[in-house]
Design a protein around this ligand. Structure first.
Ligand code: FES
Length: 157
């Protein structure tokens, strides 16, 4: 079973190199696609991407660790990303942090026990004039108050 899964992952990565090419510039779109499909980029996938693009696996891992939306391990089903950059910070991000952590009983960087929600900080989301800004999966929320954050989380839960 594991061998079958690995072979299909190899085939998938080969298909992605056909779509995006084998240049270094293909690395990010390939990783984004794998993340979207599998919710993480396993060690095996990282090795295979490196092999297909003829680059060192460390290069693949460094790209994954640089971008907050790429993960080497499976994350919570819903990823809550709160902007930690200056405008959102000044707009009251810290009050959201307290309210969200209190509501879920976990800290940012952690995942709920039921794996439903993972909390992460992220850098500027491009909504600086409408902060504090937060993204849950692909959906953006702006001018989020602590009360609204709790209401949104309860919908997600
Ligand atoms: S500073 Fe938060 S969206 Fe730009």
């Amino acid at each position: 079973m594991l061998i079958y899964e690995r072979n299909s992952l190899v085939d998938e990565i080969v298909d992605l190199t056909v779509e995006y090419g084998k240049e270094r510039s293909a690395l990010l779109p390939i990783l984004q696609t794998l993340q979207l499909r599998h919710k993480c980029i396993s060690d095996f996938a990282q090795q295979e991407v490196a092999r297909q693009l003829s680059i060192h696996p460390v290069e693949v891992y460094s790209v994954i660790s640089f971008y907050t939306f790429l993960h080497p391990e499976s994350q919570g089903r819903n990823i809550v990303r709160l902007c930690q950059t200056i405008s959102c910070d000044l707009a009251g991000k810290c009050y959201l942090v307290k309210a969200i952590e209190r509501e879920l009983g976990i800290k940012f960087g952690q995942t709920t026990k039921d794996k439903r929600i993972k909390l992460e900080f992220t850098n500027c989301l491009g909504m600086c004039d409408q902060g504090p800004a937060m993204v849950i999966n692909e959906r953006v929320f702006t001018k989020v108050t602590p009360e609204r954050a709790v209401a949104i989380l309860n919908e997600v839960k």
